[in-house]
Structure formats: structure tokens, C-alpha cells
Design a binder for this molecule. Sequence first.
Ligand code: SAH
Length: 246
Amino acid sequence: MYRFYVSEDDIADSNITITGRDVNHIKNVLRMTPGDRIIANDCMGTDYYCVIERILQDEVCLVIESSKKSEAELKTKLYLFQSLPKKDKMELIIQKAVELGVHEVVPIITKRCVVKLDDVNKQQKKTARWQAIAEAAAKQSARGIIPDVKMPMKFADALHYANNLEYTIIPFEHAEGMDYSREIMDKAADCRSVGIFIGPEGGFEREEIELAKQAGMKVVSLGNRILRTETAGMTVLSILMFKISD
Ligand code: SAH
């Protein structure tokens, strides 16, 4: 069944109204007619199974037949704190992170980031583009929510923000001990919320790792090979996604 994302405001008792670009898609691309069934998702984890009642010029009116919690969401909320990478690599990282079940992406600015993105205007523009990528990826992989992409944060602010999470891990290429890393991953998979801090192409500075340790984060290894920044986050998300029982 086709799936569309609506906002809370579009839902009233037993009806949902679809507006915007999806109307054209439903009418002219999918050529749906009253009586056809679709899933409307409220972007907050609930799927509404609906039947199309009317198709008007600017809106499609649905009647809700049943609803249930989306099965696509992991029970552990995964937060990817990704240091700003070079060029447009962040786009790929966001797309893949959403496919792998990330709950939120927080772009971070660390000492060795080449891209600084200091200008607030530029930050806003970039964040809007990244959010659109998250939305497209969420639709493609039938997510129960559209993961949020935050405005870029400085490392220190990100540490503070991550304080609200139950557990946070920071992969570091000079960390040793795969047994310890496996233990940490197992523990993380049992938590309600987990932060994952990934360094930029140049890696984290020792000082940043020290600050993270002081904040209670777990420093882990991802093996004896250096992974690119875009691979490291996907690796951790894949490991955790697989371990988290649904
Ligand atoms: N400065 C490094 C590369 C950094 S890789 C170098 O060229 O030697 C970018 C980020 O990916 C790192 O900051 C770390 O968070 C993560 N990462 C890459 N490989 C890793 C590994 N083997 N173990 C743990 N983390 C790793």
C-alpha cells in the first residue's frame, strides 16, 4: 500500500486530509480514485490505514479504518552526532543513517572539521536541504517517523545535548580491545536512547576524546582498519540496528 506522511493538524477524529504536493501524486501519477486504500503516517510513529473518500482540486480526503504503531521504528532511539564532512558527503550519510533506523542526526563542528559552516544563514540552508533528504529517505524506507536533522552544533554543545541520552559511544581509531567494544555495543542495544559520535576525516583530537570520556561516553574501536567518516557511522548504526530486538 502507498504511504504518505501527514501532520498532526491534518488528522481530525476519523478523517485525514492530504494537501500539498502529494495531492498531484495521488491524482495524476498514481491515478488513485475514491475507494482506494493508502497508509497515512503522522510522522510520530503511528500508521493510519485509510480509504480515499473524495479527491478534490487541492486535497484528498481520507476516512481512517484502523491505526497501529509503526513497526519500522527501533525501540532504542539512535542519535548520530556526525562531524561535518567535506563536500556533500553529509547527504549520503543522512540518507543511509535514515535507512538504518537513526532517530535524529546532529551535525557537529569539531576541531579538525575542514568545513566550518559558521554562517547561520548557510547553516539554515544546509539543514533544510539535509532535512529534505531525511524525509525522502524516510519515505523510501517506510519509516514510522521522519528523523530530525538538527542545526550544526559545536562539539561542546553536542556533549551537553548528549547528556540527555542514556548511553553515548564515541568510536576512536586509536582505541583498543574488541571484546570491550562488543560489550559496549551489547549494552547500548538494551538502552532507550544512544548517542554515536563520529569524527571528521582528520579524526577527533585527543583533547576531544578526553572531554567525551569525562562526560561518561564510551570510547570504542571498530576494528583494526581505519574507516572513512561516512563508513564509521553506518557501521555503528548497522551493528546496533541488528542487535536491537523489535
Ligand atoms: N584521522 C584518522 C581517520 C579518522 S576516520 C586517520 O586518517 O588516521 C573518522 C572517524 O571515524 C573517526 O574520528 C572515528 O570516529 C571513526 N573511525 C574510523 N575508523 C575507526 C576505527 N577503526 N575504530 C573506531 N573508530 C573509527
